[in-house]
Design a protein around this ligand. Sequence first.
Ligand code: NAG
Ligand code: NAG
Ligand code: CU
Length: 392
Amino acid sequence: MFRSQIFLSILALSMRVTAHGYVDQATIGGQVFSGYLPYTDPYMNPVPARIGRAIPGNGPVEDVTLLDIQCNGESGSGTKPASLAASAAAGDQISFHWTDWPSSHVGPVITYMGQVPSTTNITEDSPTGSDVIWFKIDEAGYEDGKWAATEILSSQNSTWTVTIPSALKAGQYLIRHEIIALHEAGSYPGAQFYPDCFQVAVTGSGTETPVSEALISFPGGYTPNTPGIVFNVYTDITSYPIPGPSVWTSNEEFSSGGSSSTAVDTSTAAASSSVASTTSARPTSAAVSSSTVVASSSAAVASSTIVTTSATASSSAAVSSSSTDATTTGAATPSASTITDANVCMNNYNECIVASQPNPDWTGCGATKDECLSQATYQRLARLGSVGRRLL
Ligand SMILES: *[C@@H]1O[C@H](CO)[C@@H](O)[C@H](O)[C@H]1NC(C)=O
Ligand SMILES: *[C@@H]1O[C@H](CO)[C@@H](O)[C@H](O)[C@H]1NC(C)=O
Ligand SMILES: [Cu+2]
């Protein structure tokens, strides 16, 4: 376990420097604003005034219980108010432009608004997890074989456009725009949340404040059991339950259940729990292959063999061919020639998960990965001195 802890922390480090994304530009009521730019804004003098709340970088929040789930942040401290607010009328559009978004990071795109008390200036307001103020104004998940955050967003110049509900009463609102990346969401924690918040003064002749059934808090509104937070994207999916309440456009429409996602949520609550039980019901058939990676007679060839196998094999073939290897040869003692790059182990693991669809073989693939890692060094990091020490 020591070994995998080191590996996980190295993985966490490398995740931090991988490009994920954030909103670098927002067009609100026809006016173009820069988003908060985490890699330049903090280093400028003076620090630029923004309508977007500060974010620590392009990485995700993964713990739904932290204040960071609200508007991003790190270490649970959330984010601070920005010094400006945009102005837009109810019924106006808002467009969010995202930086390059990895095509692996499939998931929904969701937008909420949260009202700031009229007695508080939005440039000084910090909602807590007890403030049940957030209502959903837009959502898109998986439709016609396309994920909102990847295929659809990229087909729209990385831009997502929402409409401020025309019924909404004038006032100061935080707009919380979010992508949830699901590529590792097969268990919790795993889903990656990328929220970004903007401050807007809404004008216009709207009269409505959303009914309490439309409102959630952040943190609080998402839990590990909320449909869509744990979700295996590598199965043969036809729909996805978008987390959170139904979209609010007016109280009448909300209460009449006219919004589509109410129905979706009900059916998918079942769907997601069946996914979960499929996953956890995977027993030890997979233990089969625990020693596979090392097992083939010429161990030096083993890792590349596995890559080839799982890359081309059909789902069941990948598992069975490696278990054949396992029976042919006993566990080998690690020698210099069996030591491989930990990256290869992880790639094999990912391919194994994909190849074992629609019932991902978490146990078997995981055991294979662990065995592989026991022979592995993290070669790419070896140059970084103490961080890159051998995993053995
Ligand atoms: C909020 O404070 C800012 C900065 O002091 C000020 O410019 C703005 O007019 C205030 N907004 C409201 C609604 O009072
Ligand atoms: C894509 O979005 C960027 C950022 O908003 C904008 O500058 C650019 O003009 C857009 N490109 C097209 C083809 O619309
Ligand atoms: Cu990422």
